[in-house]
Design a protein around this ligand. Sequence first.
Ligand code: PHE
Length: 378
Amino acid sequence: MKSFKILSVLVASVMLLAACGGGGGGGELKIAILAPLSGPVPTFGEMTRDGALLAIEEWNAKGGVLGMTIVPIVEDSQCTPDPAVNAANKVINQDGVHYIIGEVCSKASIPVSEIANAAKVIQMSPTSTNPSVTVDQNGVTKTYIYRACFIDPFQGLVGAKFAYENLGYRKAFVMVDQANDYVKGLAENFKTAFTDLGGEIVGEASYTANDTDFSSILAQIDEADPDIVYLPDYYNIVNLVTAQAKDKGMNVPFMGGDGWDSADLNLEAAAGGYFTNHYSPDSDAPLAVDFRAAFEAKYGKTPDALAALAYDATNLLLAAIEAAGADDTDKVATALNEISFEAVSGTITFDEQHNPIKAATILKVTTEGVQFETVVNP
Ligand code: PHE
């Protein structure tokens, strides 16, 4: 532990030197980080910012990229389209960035991608899993838009297979917020995969992100008597729904996706549930062990998938800039298309739609914490 603290002090002093003009002398390369620091899911934003800043700090300690000091510009994009679009316009038009890490939430990353792609700015979302982030309505891949995570058709399939094959469930009830691209997409992907396997969707109910009372949906669930409720939303909604189900004395397990990943997930309420994710801090892969140690030394908290993927997305982008040999987004896009990058969350190579093909992790929620269950390969 101690040596990590010394290391981070060293890293901080090197950064300070660099900031004072003592390092490199090759100019600056700005990278914007669009993260939901306020709004409904602040742990997503904090972890994303912290993972990205750790990667930048490590690169600067090694001399930056192509001799340039990397300067992060952090904006609060709130997991919401309008603030995210405003943040994207600000960093592109006022700060003149050529690179964006973010957003976290698909419904914010999709509108940002339109702006970034038109401006030939590379956008690398660490965690937005909806297919429409990198592909337009006509199925054309957006030249400058990439992500560091798998996509929801895979995530939904993994969840459905785990529920059907590993847990032996046959009847699922699905809850969906139709206004959230991520929730809507993942719910559809789960339903298709679960019924293809032979399972039955015994009920479905819609709600909105402003709902606070889920009693009528919970009554429908009671009536339908499913083996599992699929609730692919973010932790704030999951906390409300599972707490109300628990209060009613319901025992049906809930299951979801990466949106459950938060230190603020209510473990008491969600215990017995499962979720698919990109990373587990319990991973014993050497890169994951090193990342966790460096993250804990710097921040004094355990990283989650958002932190790991922001770290991966930033490292991946910087490796591509280095491989391109220039701060030129056309060359960087070409470098990304050809890259094979060893990341904390697995090896990343891009398919034609700029999506990495990666394994998913399944985690189990217990009252003591979130436990690693298994890894599912594509
Ligand atoms: N995949 C989610 C989305 O697309 C975001 C997310 C990723 C949330 C990982 C938590 C953890 O909106």
